[in-house]
Design a protein around this ligand. Structure first.
Ligand code: DC
Length: 234
């Protein structure tokens, strides 16, 4: 039996790491929806699309084709924008500073949510984002909501960016995270919020392995209880 696992939470809580590892362990497909919003943002920036011009946005979206390649050994997802690998530029500050504004747009959300729902139609998927358990798959069999203390989040992002060779300061990272938290939680359409039936995992003091174990246990429990429901033991 395959299920849909929705992983939501604030930026830099380690939810992508968890979702990716969980998918790999379960033999599921992993989808990072943040990368989709980032790729659209990159296209808008590169083509100087005005966020105030609805027609221009509509036309731009028609030109955007998104796809993912899965790296076999790491399970890492490579994002393709119109056939080009954009994994690096979509993580830049240029995109990070603009992506929340772009993701407030109704046209953009409708465009991406539709694609995300198609990707999960066959189940066997772990999808991470902000609105997966509330909007994209409100019927997901398992919903996780990942949190961590703000300081821990900023430090994680800072070291992640450093590793990628992006020059920045901890203060700049903290500022960007706060800015995104505010926009993500207060936007009118699909704001980030915990689904009523989501399980919260605060990973501030958990290792990557510990949080994976916890999530795996929850997934196994859900699958077992659904299997028992479908085929009650005699
Ligand atoms: O997960 P991330 O930090 O890469 O996401 C980038 C931005 O995309 C985030 O600030 C909000 C937006 N986003 C969203 O609105 N809905 C999603 N399902 C995923 C991301």
């Amino acid at each position: 039996m395959k299920i849909i696992i929705a992983v939501d939470g604030f930026a830099s809580t380690g939810k992508s790491t968890l979702a990716r590892q969980l998918a790999q362990k379960m033999g599921y497909t992993y989808i990072d929806t943040g990368a989709m919003y980032r790729a659209v943002t990159l296209y808008f920036l590169d083509n100087t699309i005005s966020l105030k011009n609805k027609n221009q946005i509509e036309e731009a979206l028609l030109q955007i084709e998104l796809a993912f390649m899965q790296q076999k050994h790491t399970g890492k997802q490579i994002t393709l924008l119109n056939g080009l690998n954009v994994e690096e530029p979509i993580r830049s500050f240029r995109v990070s500073n603009f992506v929340s504004e772009v993701s407030t747009l109704k046209q953009v959300r409708t465009f991406l949510v539709k694609q995300q729902q198609q990707m999960g139609a066959q189940k066997g998927i772990v999808m991470d984002g902000r609105d997966i358990g509330t909007v994209v798959f409100p019927q997901a069999e398992l919903k996780l909501f990942i949190t961590a203390q703000p300081k821990v989040r900023a430090e994680r992002r800072f070291y992640e960016m450093k590793e990628m060779g992006i020059v920045t300061t901890l203060q700049e990272v903290e500022k960007n995270l706060q800015h995104r938290d505010t926009i993500d939680t207060t936007r009118t359409i699909s704001p980030l919020k915990k689904a009523a039936d989501a399980v919260v995992i605060d990973n501030s003091h958990l290792t990557i392995d510990e949080q994976l174990d916890r999530a795996m246990q929850l997934a196994k429990q859900v699958i077992l209880s659904l299997t028992n429901k479908a085929h009650p033991p005699h």
